[in-house]
Design a protein around this ligand. Sequence first.
Ligand code: AHR
Length: 530
Amino acid sequence: MGWKSMLALAGAALISMAGGAQAAPSANAISAVLHADQPGPVLSRHLQGQFVEHLGEGVYDGIWVGPESTIPNTRGIRNDVSAALRAIKVPVVRWPGGCFADIYHWRDGISPASKRPVRKNDWWSGLESNAFGTHEYFDFVDQIGAESYVAINMTTSTPSEMREWMDYITSSAKDSIADERRANGRQEPWKLGFVGIGNEAWGCGGMQTPEYFANEYRRFATFMHRNGSTFHMHNDNAALRVASGPNNDDVAWMDTVLKSAAPMMDAISLHYYTVFDGKWENRDKAPSTGFPADHWNHILYQASRMEGILKMHEAVMDKHDPQKRIGLYVDEWGTWYAPQAGTEPGFLRQQNTLRDALVTAMTLNIFHAHADRVKMANIAQGVNVLQAMILTDGAKMARTPTYHVFAMYTPFQDTTALPLEVSAPLLKSGANSFPAFTASAARSKDGRVHVAVANADADRGYRLSLKLQGVRAGKISGQVLTAAKTDAHNVPGEAEQVRPARFDGAKLVGDALVLDVPAKSVVVVSLDQN
Ligand code: AHR
C-alpha cells in the first residue's frame, strides 16, 4: 500500500470518527503501524512559517524598538526576540500584512528615519511610524535566519508600484531604483523568496468577487517579471507568486480563481482561523484564559476542522492542477479570542495557553498528512498578536506554549513523511466530535525517525503501541509539553508555567515503540537507527 492509499485509510478513519460512528477502544491502549518503509512527501520547513503584520505591538515593541532603545537590540531589532525566533529555526516570515498590506506604500518605509511619513493604521488603529520598512524587514529575517515573503499592495496600489518594489528589492542592474536602494545603504539585492499578490481579496483586500480578483491577479502577475516565467527569463526576481486564496471552506473561490489564473501562480493561499463556535462574528468573544471547561473541546474541535477544509480545497486543486505544481499555502491560521483585558481591542493581543499548544500540534500533524499539496503555513502571528510565539511587555518577554510546540517540531523541518495509521477515540463538542489525538511521523536526512502526538483529551492519557516497519530503532529521546491546568500560560518576566520536559514514557517492546502519552499533552520522540 503506497503513501496516498495509506493516507486515505487514515483519513477514512478520521472521517468515520467525525461522524461519531467509532467506539472508543477498550481501556486507553491503541495500536498502530508506523510505515517507515513507505516514504511519503517532504514536510517542508515552510510549514513552520510565521506571519508578522503592522498591527498593534506585532512589529513596534514586539520586534522593533529602534537603535536608541535601552532594550538590547541590533540595529533596532530586539535581541531577545530575534534569539528566541532563531532558536526555533523560523523558516519564513510573511510581512507586512494581512489587511495592512493593502494600505501599505513601500516608499513610506525606505528614506532616512527622520523623513518617513507617519500614517494612520486604518485597519488596526494607532499610528504607523514607518520606522520598520523594507531594509529593517530584510535585516530582521537575516538576523533570525528566515526567508522572505512579502505581501504586495494590490488594492490601493498599482502594478507599477509593485514592480518598482520588486526591482528595489531584487535588481542587480545599474538602474535608478537599484541605485536608490544602494544610496539607502544596501548594495546587494536581497533574496526575495515569495510574493503574495492580494490578501483576503474577498474581504479586507477589496471585497472582490472571485471573477474580478482572478482578472486583477492576472494583471498584476503579468508585471511581476519573475525570472523563469516565459518571457522574463533574465530578470533578477525569482520569487514565487502566491495568489490570494479562499477563506475557510469557500471552494467556489478556489475553483474560479484557478480556472482563470492557475498558469500564472506558483501557490494559492488559504486562511482558516480557529474561533470559538466557528462563527466569525464571535471571534473576539471567548476568553483566552480562565475559560469554562467545555471551551477546551470547542476550540480543539474548531481547530480539527482544518483537516476537512484542506481536503475540500485539495479536491478542487487536483482538478485544475493534477501534477500538484501549485502549492497550497495556509498563510494565516491560529486561534482568535477576546482581547486580553486592558489592551486596545484593535491590537488583537491575547494570552496563549496549553490549549493553544494542542491546537498547534494538532494543526501541524494535519499539515503533515497533507504535505503533498500543503507546502507552506504561516501561523498568525509571530509576536504579541493573536496566537503568538512571543509576548513582550516592555523589556520583558515570554515564550508561549505555542512557541514551545514549534521548538519541539523543529526536527520535522525538511523531513520525509512516514505514514502512520492511527485511529483515536472521539471527543465531543456539542453535536460534533473529533479525534482525541493526532499523530505524525517522519524521517530526517540523518536517518532518525521522529514521531509527534497531540493528545487533546483533557482527562485521559493513552498508551500508543506503534509497530515499527522499516526502522531498526536504537536510542529514544523525547520531550513532553503539559501542565496541571488547561489554561496554564507564560507571562513576560515571570517563571515559565508551561515548558517542555524530558519524556520518559517511551520504550521499545519487541518491534513496537510504546508511548505513554499523558492527558492534554504534546509528545515528540526521536529514534536513532541501529
Ligand atoms: O491576522 C489578522 C488579520 O486577519 C489579517 O490582517 C487578515 O488577513 C485576517 O483577516
